[in-house]
Design a protein around this ligand. Structure first.
Ligand SMILES: Cc1ncc(COP(=O)(O)O)c(C=O)c1O
Length: 365
């Protein structure tokens, strides 16, 4: 008997998550100098973490022999102050990805329906299928969530609805008023998972806290991986009612968030000037990429996030060609968008290089 005959069938139904390749791997495979490679594939912050976060992480490492605070006391209290909620309303995860999985553990049962956009962040489907629930995928409209169609897709069997705004991989945000109305319209047996991974890039992100305070079943998710530049340390958080957080706590491993990540995240929250600078630079970078793509005659999707879809015709071929030249971007064929690439906004110089390589690729065809 082999392992496959023993496996939980839900494991085999998992879609494959294709992460952006690390720089070292691309260098090894293609014989390139890692120092010359730029990675604009995973919506990371090209300006790195705040120096204050780096200093805090270094200092936390000195106590590396100790287990971390499993309850993330300081970070939860700091977040409670920032968001004017109770510390008992925050769950901290090993990236917001882990909280997506905790939500599956806590709430999904075989046969439940889970409504999500298509294309949307692939982990929603992954978690849904892992728990033998059914993914009800609602096509996007103009690259954003079709909230009316999503509301119409809800049945008595629906347990969860995933909405990311801005959405990944398209970068499009739904208007705040539409999101609030959608959240208000959901029946009481449905939990809205409102994924705000890129919300810090919006001028005025929608605020669902009044609905959470009013007892609506909403779990909002944020991350330190994007504007705070801490993707490698894996820290994300959710906020919801204290009851929802308690339930998520029951399926959480005791030391799920490491001490270095906790310290860095805490310090990052004290450097809003850094985040503000990144927000400004990102806006300029989006404009630069949009103008550059337009010059090349390439259609792009105006983005509210730190990445942008551009239609190059043959996404996989363009990805290969750029990667061979040391520029890693993201092909999105697995999201049903084979003609497109997803470009993460880099520094001004990185964006220039990316546009130059796109021009070169166009010329070589
Ligand atoms: C929409 C969305 N949600 C969640 C995540 C997960 O972020 P993390 O696990 O790094 O917090 C990502 C990462 O790319 C994302 O795009």
């Amino acid at each position: 008997m082999d392992f496959s005959s023993l496996v939980n069938p839900s494991v085999l139904s998992q879609p494959v998550y294709e992460p952006g390749k690390p720089i070292e791997e691309v260098a090894r495979e293609l014989g390139l100098d890692p120092a010359t490679i730029i990675k604009l594939a995973s919506n990371e912050n090209p300006f790195g973490p705040s120096p204050r976060a780096v200093a805090a992480a270094r200092s936390a490492l000195e106590q590396g022999q100790l287990y971390p605070d499993g309850g993330c006391y300081a970070l939860r209290h700091r977040l409670a102050r920032k968001w004017d909620l109770g510390p008992e309303q925050f769950v901290i995860g090993n990236g917001s990805n882990e909280i997506l999985e905790l939500i599956g553990h806590a709430f999904l049962r075989p046969g439940d329906d889970v409504v999500m956009g298509a294309p949307a962040f692939v982990v929603y489907k992954l978690v849904t299928l892992l728990f033998a629930a059914r993914a009800v995928e609602v096509p996007l409209v103009r690259h954003g969530h079709d909230l009316k169609a999503m509301a119409a897709a809800i049945t008595p069997k629906t347990k969860l609805v995933f909405v990311a705004s801005p959405n990944n991989p398209t970068g499009v945000a739904n208007p705040a008023a539409d999101l609030v109305a959608f959240a208000e319209s959901l029946p009481d047996h449905v939990i809205l998972v409102y994924d705000e991974a890129y919300a810090e890039y919006l001028e005025t992100p929608p605020d669902l806290r009044p609905l959470i305070r009013a007892g609506r079943k909403i779990i909002a998710l944020r991350t330190f991986s994007k504007i705070y530049g801490l993707a490698s340390l894996r820290v994300g958080y959710g906020y919801a009612s204290a009851e929802a957080v308690r339930l998520l706590g029951r399926v959480r491993q005791p030391f799920n968030v490491n001490a270095i990540g906790q310290a860095a995240a805490l310090a990052a929250l004290d450097d809003e000037a850094f985040a503000e600078r990144c927000r400004r630079e990102n806006r300029a970078g989006l404009a630069q990429l949009e103008a550059g793509c337009r010059e090349l005659g390439l259609e792009c999707v105006p983005s509210d996030a730190n990445f942008m879809l551009v239609r190059v015709g043959q996404g996989a071929a363009a990805f290969d060609a750029l990667q061979r030249r040391g520029v890693i971007v993201r092909p999105v064929g697995s999201y049903g968008l084979p003609e497109w690439l997803r470009l993460t906004v880099g520094t001004r110089e990185q964006n220039e290089r990316l546009l130059g390589e796109l021009r070169r690729w166009q010329g070589s065809r």
